[in-house]
Design a protein around this ligand. Sequence first.
Ligand SMILES: [Zn+2]
Length: 252
Amino acid sequence: MCSDATDSSPRIGNTLPMTPPEPFPTDWTRGLVLVAHPDDPEYGMSAAVARWTAEGRHIVYVLASSGEAGIEGMPPSIAGPVREEEQRRSSAIVGVEEVEFLGFPDSRIVNDSELRDAIADSLRRHRPDIVISLYSGPEWAPGAPNQSDHMEFGAAVGATYDDLVAAVGVDAAEGRPRMWFESAPQPTHYVDVEGFVEPAVAALAEHKEYLSVLDPGTPVPEQARRQVESVCAPREDVAGDRPVVSFRRMRP
Ligand SMILES: [Zn+2]
């Protein structure tokens, strides 16, 4: 199994797709959300998760870190447990009961063999049909750089995914996710989240301690609503002008 020049699947850094995004696949039941930090699933992705769990799909969250470096003025030993608890409450709102923290150091995540082994272990244990992770490219938009943790972690997810496919083969039914998506700009797919924006707003608002320190001047529910409604804004070209969450297919 090696990639070749005819492989047209989207890759990080590709140019904008020429066609509007298509509806997200529905032929799957188990999804694994792999992200670097608490709150990473809550900026839009969780609206799609709320829909998926309402449809009876099983979603698990695995987070590389506990976000312990993310609350200014709070020691990591206190912030870590606070953020884990906020993440668990947040996840429960969108129907996710299984939330795991891998214990990698917040703000110092690197794509090394230890991280890739931990991701591979998650894939083997949860046996997802699809993997969803956070955007790993360099910029969300011109002048809006991505965080190093997100980029390193996303690269590790891709490398682990490819290793697993190489190890078990594309046709193996066992232990190999069939698709990998990032919640990303330049989308290839979208999920219509009409009716699921409110749970996503509530899920983000559960990160109370984190958000209240991040922006002390704006009430947490207001911050959450502004963020989620902006990420899930309707697109004119898809879903009949209903709110959508966008994803980019990274591997078939
Ligand atoms: Zn993050």
